[in-house]
Design a protein around this ligand. Sequence first.
Ligand code: 3PG
Length: 306
Amino acid sequence: MKILIATQKPFAAAAVAGIKEILSKAGHEVALLEKYAGEDELKAAVADAQALIVRSDKVTATVLDAAPGLKIVVRAGAGFDNVDLAAATAHGVVVMNTPGQNSNAVAELAIAMMIYMARTQFTPATGSEIQGKTLGIQAFGNVGRLVGAKAEALGMKVKAIDPFLPAEKIIEGGAEPAKDLADLYSSCDYVSIHIPATPETIGSIGYELVSGMPKGATLVNTARKEVIDEAGLFRALQERPDLKYITDVAPDNYAAMQEAFGLRVFATPKKMGAQTAEANMNAGLAAARQIVDYFATGNTRFQVNK
Ligand code: 3PG
């Protein structure tokens, strides 16, 4: 089988070597397309492939149309909002993710972001400490739990909420369950977002929730920019000069936010939550193993378009 690794934001070289080794040992041919300019290049490269490994690369219906022999797409990472699942299903293509493989990298970034904002973006201005503060975790999955454990070790009090988990599971995971989202936002000095981008969550965090945060609070987004209602967030930050926002996914209105709010806002230039050597290795190798296993045994354990 021909397997295409298509990454606009490439994996670390060691991860690429590891992926190639796993696939070629299993008798597959490997092609690599990195830092490509746009969809046309991806379409040309995937035309004769049976499997595709991507990161946040967009796998649209058009890309799937261009790949008649494609059987499987593995998103090396957690969020699969970049893959058109309905189109993949219609094309008979299995889509998988590699849950948990890059969670630690994202969790470490969320902690780093809290400290970066607490220390006023590493300027000489007097900052604050995160010890003793309350952290609210919105969605207590693989990343949320890790953020909670690390924050607790740093002396923070941790609260959490998850629409798919009962309070007992949140307590088992070491956090105090929030009554509802409004309670989480209004009772936490930091809120760290770990929800996927879905039709239900897109634009779901805006003025109401953010303006309910306590004095001096910071919102941390290592999830997806789409979950934020940017106009609502802007209004909340405008009305409340004590609030801050840090994000790994630059908002569309970032230039206006920087101009209006200065050091109270920060966005990474490129999504970097999962951009560690370890996470590249974990997610990339998992993707390769899942493809080998799928072709060898039909294993669809991590399929997301069932
Ligand atoms: C994920 O959903 O796993 C992360 O957002 C990682 O995305 P990336 O592979 O584009 O860095």
